[in-house]
Structures are given as structure tokens and as C-alpha cells.
Design a protein around this ligand. Structure first.
Ligand code: UT7
Length: 333
């Protein structure tokens, strides 16, 4: 009998930097107030990587070290490491490259995947495919962003939502009906105009003028993104459930990208899920872009049970969006 190999998540790690940026701190930086931020976004504080000389890779390393420790493996056993990020340490080499070096993952290859807030989902689908091919036994999938490096702290509509963090999962093969079961992933480049970085790429290389014009920061038209995000994340999650004949009562958890509490609520409503089944940590971490979903898994790991049906869903810059159905593969002792 030909048994399909599934990619099971077998360990989770996470890292958030110690420094907090609260709504009260932001009140001193831009014309805003705690009440506006909390009611419009659900955010109270975010973590910021302040230590000089530290970058996205420095948040990923402790996250991966944690998952290796939990699983009892050495970094040299990792076959491949994929990093979903839009804030790589530098344009090249890839952050995955730097992370493998810092970890001592000397037998691994890897690459960065740029899909903004959907970065972890896209990377997870890629990692799962590598496992399902039968060629690789241990693939680490990371979602990490140091958004504070590209946020304009004079732009009150944008700076209030973002924070820094990293999360990672280990994928291993299983013959059981567990792990990454199905996914629907989408992109629409016509949405790029609403959320992007204007300069620093090959289209508009860095110059004194681009710096003066503040074109190396994330540019977001919040309302336009919001409109597409509410529909995109809810639609794709509902579509994934229908495709796999999953009813609301079959779902143990929704793990939504944490961009705005109102987008999360709309997605949960559309799926028929009560808030008790939704992982939400936006109030403490804000929007950490590619890190939001693995950071939720990291925080909720102790509550997850073998066989739980979990829907991961995201919407972000690009536009990119999607949903992945995961059957949780282990009980945490
Ligand atoms: O991570 C994936 C991609 N990103 C997203 O999914 C983010 C989606 N967008 C959003 O979450 C929301 O659009 C924001 C939270 C970014 C903004 O909230 P909004 O409800 O869409 O606000 P808005 O931009 O429509 O602005 C409404 C009003 C404006 O004032 P007027 O013109 O009505 O007088 C803004 O100037 O609120 C004002 N405003 C603020 N007021 C106080 C904008 N930012 C602030 C602020 N504090 N920080």
C-alpha cells in the first residue's frame, strides 16, 4: 500500500524581545491616544528589538534553539530551514543562511521567503512539500520580523500596529493522518500599491533623496488593506473548511494573523467560531508580520491536543493570503 507522508509539526519555539512599546509611549511620539489604538486595533503594547547590532536572525536563533531542545535534537540534524520575513538582516545573504551559521546547523540549506504577513503560511506549505516529497526528514519553518526597522514612527496610522518577534516550528514526516492536511494560498500583485516599501529595491535603489523622502519605511493605506483583509481572510478560511467538509464544531482552534482585532473577529464569525476557540495575543505583541501565527502556536502549545483540527489564516502585503488546515500531532506533557 502506498502511504502518503504527511508533514507533522513536532515542536514549536518562539522569541519576543524584552523591551515594550506601550500605547502610552506612542502617545508621546505621535498624535494618538491609548483609547483610539485599543478600540481600532485591539493592541495595548508591542515588543521592540532595541539592542544595537541585533537583527531578525537574532530573534530566530533562540526560537529554533528552543524547539531543538524540546524535541531533543541537535541543530546539525536540521535538513532545511526556511524563513518567512520582509525584514531580512540584509538583502543578501539570506537570513536563513545567517541563522544556520549562528545555530551551527551545518548540514542544512535554506532560503528566505517574502510574503509579508502570509510569510509563515507560505513557508509552512513549502516546508510541508519538502517533507511530503520524502527527501527531507527535518525542516524548520520560521516566521520572523523586526518591523521596528522599517516602521516610520512619525506615521501614526501605521506605527501603532507593528512589533517585533520570531516563531518557528519543526516539521517531520509521519504516516499518520496528522500534520499539514491542506492549504489554499493566494497572491494578487494589484494590491501591492496599498502596502509596500517604495525604495531600496532594484526599481528605486537607495539614494540621499529616497532617505530624505522617508521611502525606506513600510507604506500602508490602512483602510484599503483592511477592506481586502476582512474579506480575504474570512473567505479563504471558509473555503478551506468547505473543501475539506469541516464544520465549526470540528475546529479546535483558529490561529489568525494578528493585524487587527476587528479582522480576527470577522474571520471567526464567518467560520462560526466563538472567541474561546481563537488564539489572540495582539494586545501584547501587536502585528509582528510573519511571526504572529507561530508566536500564537508557541503560546498556546500547552493547550493543544493530538488530533486537534487547527486552521491557520493570514492576509498581508502583496496582497498575499491563505489558510492552512493542520491536525496537531502531539500532546504536550
Ligand atoms: O498585517 C497585514 C496588513 N495590514 C493590515 O491588515 C492592517 C489593516 N488596516 C488596519 O488595521 C486599520 O486600517 C488601521 C488600524 C491601520 C487604521 O485604522 P482605521 O480605522 O482604518 O483608521 P483610518 O486610517 O481610516 O483613520 C480614521 C481616522 C482618521 O481621521 P479622520 O480623517 O477621520 O479625521 C485618521 O487620521 O483616525 C485617524 N487616525 C488616528 N487617530 C488617532 C489614524 N491613525 C490614528 C492614530 N490615533 N494612531
Amino acid at each position: 500500500m502506498n502511504t502518503k507522508i504527511h508533514a507533522a509539526i513536532t515542536a514549536v519555539g518562539g522569541y519576543v524581545p524584552p523591551d515594550k512599546l506601550t500605547n502610552q509611549d506612542l502617545e508621546k511620539m505621535v498624535e494618538t491616544n491609548d483609547e483610539w489604538i485599543r478600540t481600532r486595533t485591539g493592541i495595548t503594547e508591542r515588543r521592540i528589538l532595541k539592542e544595537p547590532g541585533k537583527a531578525t536572525s537574532d530573534m530566530i536563533v533562540p526560537a529554533v534553539q528552543e524547539l531543538c531542545k524540546k524535541r531533543g535534537i541537535d541543530p546539525t540534524e536540521i535538513d532545511c530551514l526556511i524563513v518567512g520575513t520582509v525584514t531580512p538582516d540584509m538583502v543578501f545573504p539570506s537570513t536563513a543562511n545567517l541563522v544556520c551559521h549562528k545555530l551551527g546547523a551545518t548540514n542544512a540549506w535554506g532560503y528566505d521567503l517574502s510574503a509579508a504577513c502570509s510569510g509563515f503560511l507560505f513557508a509552512l506549505a513549502q516546508g510541508a512539500a519538502l517533507i511530503e516529497s520524502g527527501r527531507y526528514k527535518k525542516v524548520v519553518v520560521c516566521g520572523a520580523d523586526k518591523m521596528s526597522a522599517i516602521v516610520d514612527y512619525t506615521d501614526r496610522a501605521t506605527c501603532i500596529i507593528f512589533g517585533d518577534g520570531a516563531g518557528a516550528v519543526l516539521l517531520e514526516p509521519t504516516a499518520a493522518q496528522l500534520g499539514v492536511m491542506d492549504s489554499i494560498l493566494r497572491t494578487d500583485g494589484s494590491g501591492g500599491q496599498y502596502l509596500h516599501m517604495k525604495a531600496g529595491g532594484s526599481l528605486k535603489p537607495a539614494s540621499a533623496e529616497t532617505v530624505a523622502n522617508r521611502e525606506h519605511f513600510a507604506y500602508q493605506e490602512g483602510q484599503a488593506v483592511f477592506k481586502f483583509a476582512v474579506k480575504g481572510m474570512a473567505d479563504v478560511s471558509a473555503e478551506l473548511m468547505e473543501k475539506n467538509n469541516l464544520k465549526a464544531e470540528d475546529i479546535s482552534w483558529l490561529v489568525p494573523h494578528q493585524a487587527n482585532l476587528r479582522i480576527i473577529d470577522a474571520t471567526a464569525n464567518r467560520m462560526g467560531l466563538g472567541t474561546e476557540k481563537v488564539m489572540i495575543n495582539i494586545e501584547r505583541f501587536g502585528n509582528t508580520t510573519a511571526a504572529t501565527i507561530p508566536l500564537c502556536l508557541w503560546e498556546w502549545e500547552n493547550q493543544l491536543k493530538k488530533g486537534d483540527n487547527i486552521i491557520l489564516a493570514a492576509f498581508g502585503g502583496g496582497f498575499t493570503w491563505g489558510a492552512i488546515w493542520v491536525k496537531w500531532a502531539y500532546d504536550t506533557k
